[in-house]
Write a protein that binds this ligand. Structure first.
Ligand code: NAP
Length: 250
């Protein structure tokens, strides 16, 4: 049976040129949403995400823009609303990491990660939220990380950004709950994207030993959780953090 649960919806997915964002964009499109595919520099990869959605009969739009810059974030949201008339769903997925032990971490390492992973979500949310409030409906899903809950050596900047995103989620959820807008965070564990695939066999095995399910997650695991949070059935869930980690930090 075709999945048309998001027919008529418009979604913006940041950082959708590859990895989790690309699969989230494709999944929302498969469910019937028109999808804005944002990217920073991987134009060809993002264009392929858009083309692949269109080949399957969906609607998608390519949106270049650095989410950590105010004018770019505003422009990305504006392009979506100008083209499709409204926006219902925002997935703040764009993220980077600059891993280093704290003793060696530079201010640049800190600023770059906080700028993209936390400020980027703030800017996109701030530009989307007036539309959701006016519509009296909407869904915001912030892609945090288990590292924002448990911490991880070598990732003080990333853990701070992802923990900040959880606090941000809970605060905004309270601000907009009366307008029927939900704001939730997903906290993936180790998901098999480029980052995990580049690890040495030894490191991969050490990580797998810490995951009760004994396997890495997939971008599809995250995309299904995004779809659930966008569904009618999740309409009374807000301010929550859902871990997707095979039981790692349970
Ligand atoms: P990825 O494969 O490295 O992809 C990152 C995406 O973010 C790319 O589309 C990239 O665009 C985009 N991006 C980076 N900086 C940007 C900026 N300033 N403005 C707009 N877009 C920007 O990452 P991933 O592994 O799929 O992770 C996606 C999200 O999940 C991130 O927030 C990450 O922290 C989180 N997460 C991942 C894992 C995991 O195991 N993979 C676990 C927990 C949480 P370009 O291609 O154009 O550079």
């Amino acid at each position: 049976m075709p999945d048309s649960s998001l027919d008529g919806s418009v979604a913006l997915v940041t950082g959708a040129s590859r990895g989790i964002g690309a699969v989230v964009a494709a999944r929302l499109a498969k469910a019937g949403a028109k999808v804005g595919v944002n990217y920073l520099s991987s134009r060809d990869a993002a264009a392929e995400v858009v083309d692949s959605i269109k080949r399957r009969g969906g609607e998608a739009m390519l949106l270049e823009g650095n989410v950590s810059e105010e004018t770019a974030a505003a422009a990305v949201v504006k392009q979506v609303v100008d083209e499709w008339g409204h926006v219902n769903i925002l997935v703040n997925n764009a993220g980077i990491n600059r891993d280093r032990l704290l003793m060696r971490m530079t201010s640049d390492d800190w600023d770059q990660v906080l700028d993209v992973d936390l400020k980027g979500a703030f800017l996109c949310t701030r530009h989307v939220i007036p539309h959701l409030i006016r519509q009296h409906s909407g869904r915001i899903i912030n892609i945090s990380s288990v590292v924002g809950i448990s911490g991880n050596p070598g990732q003080a900047n990333y853990a701070a950004a992802k923990a900040g995103l959880i606090g941000f989620t809970k605060a905004v959820a309270r601000e907009v709950a009366s307008r029927n807008v939900t704001v939730n965070a997903l906290a993936p564990g180790y998901i098999a994207t480029g980052m995990v695939e580049q690890l040495s066999e030894d490191t991969r095995q050490r990580i797998l030993d810490r995951i009760p399910m004994g396997k890495f997650g997939t971008p599809e695991d995250v995309a299904e959780a995004v779809l659930f949070l966008c569904s009618q059935g999740a309409g009374y869930i807000t301010g929550q953090v859902l871990t997707i980690d095979g039981g790692m930090i349970a």
